[in-house]
Design a protein around this ligand. Structure first.
Ligand SMILES: Nc1ncnc2c1ncn2[C@@H]1O[C@H](COP(=O)(O)OP(=O)(O)O)[C@@H](O)[C@H]1O
Ligand SMILES: [Mg+2]
Length: 249
């Protein structure tokens, strides 16, 4: 079993002040995610799932706590370092597809590579590689707005993968998809985790949670279960086989 810890958070908190009330969106959230794991964050609406995911994605800062990425305290990075880190190490897939509609699939996938200063030849190779991973090579020159809903979300996954990130973050990535396309997208995220990528996604669908290695449950801003069982006092992951065996799936 691969035991490299990619993410470790300690007592992360996030307070919002809406002008009248203090909203404790996240309280004392401590979790670990290992390389190659596919982890679901589940909980009722308004429980703090997106807040946690956005903090993990460096899209917003926490009010308190620590966040280590491969042991590095990335909250201490400057804004520029964080932007660079997001571009190189993180891939995002959101509920509503945010591809540029009037650009081709190729152009959409090229943007993060241009930002990462990859040269033209490498860009092409990486784009074709990422599209191949999600079975969308034949759509490379299509306009994004001509893709079906399922294809769009797969293109978004390919875009998330194109810089070969350490961590893929998804906020309800199948929220707008029908059952069939949901299955395809979940299966692809599963494959990606099997290839050694680490995937953390927010979902409210139990079926998707079941397809993951582990479910982190959150309620009223607090993690109530990490999907980890205490066995003989030792921290043992609840799923019997561990992520490495998912290769056999
Ligand atoms: N920008 C914000 N300003 C004020 N309150 C917010 C903001 N974002 C989220 N909240 C509140 O924080 C809580 C958690 O929100 P969120 O993380 O979006 O929950 P979830 O994704 O589980 O539905 C909710 O009560 C929500 O209303
Ligand atoms: Mg949300």
């Amino acid at each position: 079993m691969n035991n490299e810890v990619i993410i470790e958070t300690r007592d992360l908190g996030k307070d919002y002040f809406d002008g009248e009330n203090l909203i404790q969106a996240l309280r004392c959230a401590s979790m670990k995610v290992h390389k190659g794991e596919m982890v679901a964050i589940m909980g009722p609406s308004g429980s703090g799932k997106s807040t946690l995911l956005y903090i993990l994605g460096l899209l917003q800062p926490p009010t308190g706590g620590e966040y280590l990425f491969r042991g590095q305290n990335i909250l201490e990075f400057s804004r520029e370092e964080q932007a660079r880190f997001r571009n190189r190490q993180l891939g995002f897939v959101f509920q509503t597809c945010d591809l540029l509609p009037n650009s081709t699939v190729y152009e959409n996938l090229e943007l993060p590579l241009i930002y990462a200063e990859a040269d033209h030849h490498n860009r092409r190779r990486k784009i074709l590689g990422a599209l191949d991973r999600v079975g969308l090579s034949h759509r490379v020159d299509h306009w994004a707005n001509r893709l079906s809903g399922g294809e769009r979300q797969r293109a978004a996954i390919a875009r998330a993968l194109v810089n070969n990130p350490s961590l893929i973050l998804g906020d309800e990535p199948t929220g707008q998809l029908d059952q069939r396309n949901t299955e395809i997208v979940v299966e692809q995220l599963r494959d990606i985790a099997t290839q050694g990528y680490t995937v953390v996604l927010v979902t409210h669908e139990e079926e998707i949670g079941q397809a993951c290695d582990r479910v982190v449950r959150i309620r009223d801003g607090m993690i109530v279960s990490n999907g980890v069982e205490e066995v003989n006092g030792a921290d043992s992951r609840a799923f019997a086989q561990g992520p490495s065996s998912s290769v056999a799936r």
